[in-house]
Design a protein around this ligand. Sequence first.
Ligand code: HEM
Ligand code: HEM
Length: 195
Amino acid sequence: MAPARCEASAGGTAPPAGAAVATAATVRVWDPVVRLFHWLLVAAFAVAWLTGDELERLHEAAGYAIIGLLAVRVVWGFVGGRHARFADFVRSPPVVVAYLADMGRLRAGRHLGHNPAGGAMVVALVLMLAATAATGIMMTTDVWWGVEWVEEAHELAATLTLVLVGLHVAGVILASLAHQENLVRAMLTGRKRSL
Ligand code: HEM
Ligand code: HEM
């Protein structure tokens, strides 16, 4: 396997602008808002998924919590720290496809923030979660209550989101193995090795 490449702006010994240096060997990549958002989202999604067929009040509360989390994250994507910003990780489809091809050849470069495939997954997850929540809310309105296609759309959106989550976790495991780093721990501590 070829040695991992670092993105140019994240390479070298200089810490990224705006990121606090934890030690000489690690840099802070995920700010507290991103980390809190992530793990609260995981919890709320688990509750929403497990309560879909019953426990309607808890289910709807978890769904509204997800909407709140998404709203905060979208704003943070414009005003947050360097690696939280959409401009840092949303790449054009050709760049994402090229990165996926590199992953297939086990020579995908290492990125301090989200890699191009990870960035595309963030966008896909946010959109699918929003679609799931939107169709869920529709089911509670006078206009859409009891309408079969809305119920089916909600169920389909929830299932597709779960599929994305599976791919997301697989991608995290693959990237962790490829670059010999624990990305789950990085999402907990906020820190990654600088090189
Ligand atoms: C327990 C299973 C999960 C693990 C281990 C996990 C792990 C991670 C890791 C390591 C990252 C950072 C990826 C990177 O380095 O580029 C990440 C990002 C992300 N994950 Fe997960 N994840 C899990 C479940 C979920 C679920 C269930 C959702 C949504 C329903 C989700 C949504 C996201 C989003 C939106 C981001 C982007 C974070 C941001 O930039 O704000 N994850 N996840
Ligand atoms: C984004 C998070 C959400 C997820 C993952 C999710 C997931 C699910 C799932 C898997 C079901 C069961 C579908 C079935 O098997 O028939 C369901 C049903 C339902 N969801 Fe959601 N949902 C979410 C958000 C919401 C929201 C925000 C609302 C409304 C405020 C909502 C309202 C409902 C209702 C009313 C049902 C039907 C319950 C029943 O007929 O017993 N959901 N949801």
